[in-house]
Design a protein around this ligand. Sequence first.
Ligand code: ADP
Ligand code: MG
Length: 260
Amino acid sequence: MGESVLTAHVASAVKADAPPAIVLDGVNKWFGALHVLRDINLQVAAGERVVVCGPSGSGKSTMIRCINRLEQHQEGRIVVDGIELTDDLRSLDAIRREVGMVFQSFNLFPHLTVLDNCTLAPIWVRRMPKKEAEERARGFLNLMRIPEQAEKYPGQLSGGQQQRVAIARALCMQPKIMLFDEPTSALDPEMIKEVLDTMVMLAEMGMTMVCVTHEMGFARQVADRVVFMDRGEIVESGEPEAIFNNPQTDRLKLFLSQIL
Ligand code: ADP
Ligand code: MG
């Protein structure tokens, strides 16, 4: 059931006349004196899968966190699905409705069951009837291949299972766009694949995704485009093959030599 709901939803989000999913236009951000995002220009089309990579501290998290205003940029424009991100709370609300986010550290509510983690926001923010929210959540837990975990608490699950709950929870809000910030970095190696597999599945269903990750196998498999950041700048971007096999800058060559 999760799959059919998601497929229909994704299809409606990726219409031919859909505006770009995400536009970052001349975005600059400082933390105090530290210039962390430098003239970022990035467009993500509806249905596109973008992988963001780069050294630690290069601004990857800050960039994707600005998209749903977990961080606030100071210069430039951010437009999500045609909605400009402004100080108007209605624009922020509208954008957060469209954007699901998955973090490195799962961020589940430890005192709630898996099912309640997944239904909390749909019930309280979207006013969805409880029964419908639970049906939907079970559908997505099924899609994430953890239907049997619904009544457990996060602490009883492995890291890979917790991260798949976090993905299911985000999907329960029916986002048009999913942002992932190093979703497998905190996982033991044997759990990385089970999480990446679910992300590949989402990608194959046509979900618009921006994913910060150093999993280059994943990037090669699903990314339409890889964006390489260093010191707050987008230094190179292109198709995975071009980025990995034919890097243009010394900075990217150095980065690839360190991770591959
Ligand atoms: P990445 O995700 O690529 O590792 P980040 O976006 O987390 O990089 O960080 C970019 C830079 O901004 C780093 O120098 C980091 O130390 C700094 N930074 C991140 N968050 C904050 C913050 N809340 N306050 C001050 N500096 C920050
Ligand atoms: Mg980061």
